[in-house]
Ligand binder design. Structure first.
Ligand SMILES: [Zn+2]
Length: 243
């Protein structure tokens, strides 16, 4: 990353914040899935439901009924089922765009296209997750105008307050996390009354570098339940902290 890009990222991180106070005295864990592979809608959603939990699925309309990383993506039918079961569907751009490199007009058109896709399928959309966690000041400002919240990547538990314009999320990847590390983060979230947003892609016994095994997902659900965390989709977690 060059100096100009670093400065832009620094400015983006520290400008246009919309602070949400996290002072409910109770931890919240949110489970989210990006892109989204079909296995997250099936295995992933079913595991969540087993724990009376619901997740957030950030959808690119261009991937619907498609294939990504040699895996089948979600279908229109999968989206219908997620909606029926009260999961949240969020925007992840239409074409899985790197927003830090996109022109403002390209981004607006791309967001409009995903919005039209959602409307066509009766989906109400509140939030947005930046593909690759990539953003700059311009795209952060533009996304903040359009969406109730924006999710980035970047790891760890948010305590005290969270920036609705750049909500941090922790990767739930079997390739780099073990159950103990995620468990410790959840316990910290519970004791601090903070908010941990987890994100993954596929849920599979043999996940690629950006996916989780059912065992890792279930262990996170178990620990969050044992620690008396609320498990909420991202937009419902915001409602909880605002209530
Ligand atoms: Zn993505």
């Amino acid at each position: 990353m060059g100096l100009t890009q670093k400065l832009s990222r620094f400015a983006a991180r520290h400008t246009a914040n919309r602070w949400l106070p996290l002072n409910k005295g109770r931890g919240v864990v949110s489970f989210s899935f990006d892109d989204v592979p079909a296995s997250a809608c099936h295995q992933g959603a079913m595991l969540l439901e087993l724990y009376q939990a619901r997740g957030t699925f950030y959808i690119c309309g261009s991937l619907t009924d498609g294939v990504e990383q040699n895996q089948p993506c979600h279908s229109v039918e999968d989206l219908r089922r997620l909606l029926e079961n009260e999961h949240e569907i969020g925007c992840h751009t239409y074409s899985h765009t790197n927003c830090a490199n996109a022109t403002p007009s390209f981004l607006q058109e791309d967001w409009e296209r995903n919005q039209a896709f959602f409307k066509q399928h009766g989906i109400t959309n509140h939030g947005f997750a930046f593909p690759f966690g990539a953003y700059d000041l311009g795209s952060k400002l533009a996304a903040s105008k359009r969406f109730a919240y924006n999710r980035i990547t970047g790891g760890g538990t948010q305590t005290g307050r969270a920036d609705l314009s750049a909500l941090r999320a922790q990767a739930l990847y079997s390739a780099n996390n073990n159950e103990d590390e995620i468990g410790a983060l959840i316990k910290h979230t519970a004791s601090e009354g903070g908010w941990l947003i987890l994100y993954s892609h596929e849920v599979s016994e043999t996940p690629g570098p950006w996916g989780a095994t059912p065992a890792l997902l279930e262990s996170a659900l178990q620990t969050a339940t044992q620690e008396s965390c609320q498990i909420l989709p991202v937009h419902k977690a915001i409602d909880f902290f605002l209530s």
